[in-house]
Design a protein around this ligand. Structure first.
Ligand code: THU
Length: 355
């Protein structure tokens, strides 16, 4: 497989070994999937700002993410780009800054995080997904197979903790952090344009790691931790639900940019239509404390449902008003599914529509 690699960011000084390992990881996937030498994939490292722009433009999620996979729809233009025999898979865009952060948070370092993100993203380009448990398990297995080849599998990492089989320690690359020059205030969006050569990127072809972390990616801590906190608080407030009619208790929590958490539970009324859902109570609690649209980064809702609890239409409209980019739907057993506002309420009515 041909890998077209470019480092389009200045924030992180990426070690040569990291790039070499990334390429090895991708080639391992290629070998396992018997991809031909004519297969091409482009990999670009960008900064958080650029991936934020792409995440917002293509997925409607207004924040940076770790990796985005842009699948090429070959049927539309194979000849134009690489001749009829070239098999163009698409683009992998990785935020080096987020990889540094996550590598540190997960405790396995930048190199392994970079390779993991690349392998994960390439598998997306090959059609793997993690929308449901079964697909996720299959995708995870494929990741492990590829990472095993280059001795960076989860099993290798577990061994590297020294708990068992210490002989393998050297095989797992647990590196030092690369240098990260902080350039706040002088950020430039140079590569957003540069990395758009693929003409037929489609929203539907884009994947990232969203959901993975909430669904319990091994070692996933940062986002998991925040979500767990929201979950705990939502469950606690759920106990206060006033539900004499439905007996169906719901809890919700919202997280603001400044790190504050506001919670809510459903409050019913004998004039049934006056009942207010837990999500709206949480959002209105935040509003009453002065929180305004654009300041809530995440909402979590949980109830005792078989599958995860899905917010009602009215609450979705209020979420749109508050521009909440990420919604975590959970149940009391801790099953979770993360979706974007755009997914929950496409074509929503916004203030901009009448102003
Ligand atoms: N409910 C919520 O609190 N949130 C939802 O997303 C769905 C429904 C409440 C309203 C009512 O008290 C009960 O669940 C049954 O509809």
């Amino acid at each position: 497989m041909k890998i077209i690699f470019s480092d389009d960011q200045d924030e992180v000084k990426v070690p040569k070994e990291a790039v070499a390992l990334l390429k090895q990881g991708l080639q391992a996937v290629a070998r396992l999937h018997k991809l031909s030498a004519k297969t091409e994939v482009s990999v670009s490292l960008v900064n958080d700002e650029v991936i934020h722009v792409l995440n917002k433009d293509y997925r409607g999620i207004d924040r940076p993410t770790d990796v985005l996979s842009f699948a090429l729809d070959e049927a539309e233009e194979p000849q134009e780009i690489g001749g009829p025999e070239t098999h163009l898979l698409g683009d992998i865009i990785i935020s080096a800054e987020t990889a540094v952060r996550q590598g540190r948070e997960y405790g396995h370092g930048f190199n392994r995080e970079l390779v993991y993100l690349g392998v994960h993203s390439l598998l997306h380009l090959l059609g793997y997904d993690h929308m449901n448990k079964e697909d996720k398990a299959v995708m995870r297995q494929e990741e492990e197979k590829a990472l095993q080849i280059i001795h960076l599998s989860q099993a290798d990492l577990d061994r590297s903790t020294g708990k068992e089989d210490p002989d393998h320690f050297a095989l797992a690359v647990v590196d030092a952090d690369p240098e990260q020059s902080v350039k706040r205030g002088k950020q430039k969006v140079t590569s957003a344009e540069k990395i758009k050569p693929v003409k037929n990127r489609k929203k539907s072809d884009i994947n990232d790691m969203e959901g993975e972390k909430t669904m319990g990616r091994k070692n996933g801590k940062a986002t998991d931790k925040t979500i767990k906190k929201l979950f705990k608080k939502a469950l606690k407030t759920r106990e206060n639900a006033y539900v004499p009619f439905s007996k169906f208790k719901v809890g919700a929590a919202v997280l603001t940019k400044s790190g504050d958490i506001f919670t809510g539970c459903n409050v019913e009324n004998s004039s049934f239509g006056l009942t207010v859902c837990a999500e709206r109570v949480a959002m209105f609690n935040a509003a009453a404390a002065g929180v305004r649209p654009g300041e809530i980064t995440m909402l979590l809702v949980a109830a005792d449902t078989e599958d995860v609890t899905s917010p009602c239409g009215a609450c979705r409209q209020v979420m749109a008003e508050f521009e909440i980019p990420v919604i975590v739907m959970a149940n009391v057993r801790g099953d979770m599914k993360t979706v974007s506002l755009e997914e929950l309420l496409p074509f929503s009515f916004k203030a901009a529509d009448f102003t």
